[in-house]
Write a new protein. Structure first.
Length: 228
């Protein structure tokens, strides 16, 4: 194979010739097989590393990792929100539509164990909110939303949903002190999970949609925290 020093050939080579977890040969050997310089190969390897496609360690060398969409989405989002903070709101809208669009497909795949774990998240969140002093159950909030869609095994859907929460936390939006508001949000979460458990998927879907609408009716005193 012969290519020029600026092509993305290493990503194609990685995808075609190796399996997840497999160790790659030396850069010198790959350079010979691909017909590019080691310097150019190092540049392309760094791109693969930034995209989460390989890990590079001193003792174990280079290994191919299972594919995930998350690193690529996060890198693009961080740049987009740096250019214009409004882009986070636009991405949050996309995330909302994705959750609604995949609701029925996702909840149909949940196992009895999944449902028990979701209800446990609701109960833990309610206990934290009822504590003295009350606590913000952000961890439970994130895990509940991601868990509902995890069994889709769709790396693109899961990557977008995971990226939303990563950016949400990086922006400091997880710090919410409006406990009356949070209790209302978790009432909707309980309704969603109870509906899934009882097979009332339409009721659960409506609770999801209503819960989303609630976010946009939130008092404007804390506009940076309106995406849940």
């Amino acid at each position: 194979m012969t290519t020029n020093d600026h092509s993305p050939a290493f990503l194609e080579f990685l995808a075609a010739h190796f399996q997840d977890g497999e160790r790659l040969p030396s850069l010198a050997q790959i350079s010979r097989e691909m017909g590019i310089s080691i310097a150019a190969l190092r540049e392309q390897l760094e791109v693969a590393r930034a995209l989460g496609l390989v890990e590079v360690r001193p003792k174990t060398g280079i290994r191919r990792l299972p594919y995930t969409f998350l690193p690529a989405v996060l890198q693009s989002l961080r740049y987009a929100t740096g250019v214009n903070a409004e882009n986070f709101r636009l991405f949050a809208e996309l995330r909302t539509h994705i959750e609604a669009s995949y609701w029925y497909q996702a909840v149909a795949l949940l196992t009895p164990q999944d449902l028990a774990e979701l209800m446990s998240l609701v109960q833990r969140a309610e206990a934290r909110l009822a504590g003295s002093p009350p606590e913000n159950p952000h961890g439970e909030h994130k895990e509940l939303h991601l868990s509902i869609y995890r069994r889709l095994n769709n790396p693109f859907v899961n990557g977008i949903l995971e990226a939303y929460w990563e950016l949400y936390e990086a922006a400091g939006l997880a710090v919410v002190n409006e406990h009356d508001y949070l209790r209302t949000v978790w009432q909707y979460h309980r309704k969603m999970i109870e509906a899934i458990c009882s097979g009332d998927l339409d009721v659960g879907y409506q609770a999801l949609v209503d819960h989303t609408d609630l976010l946009y009716k939130r008092p404007q005193a804390a506009p940076r925290q309106r995406f849940e």
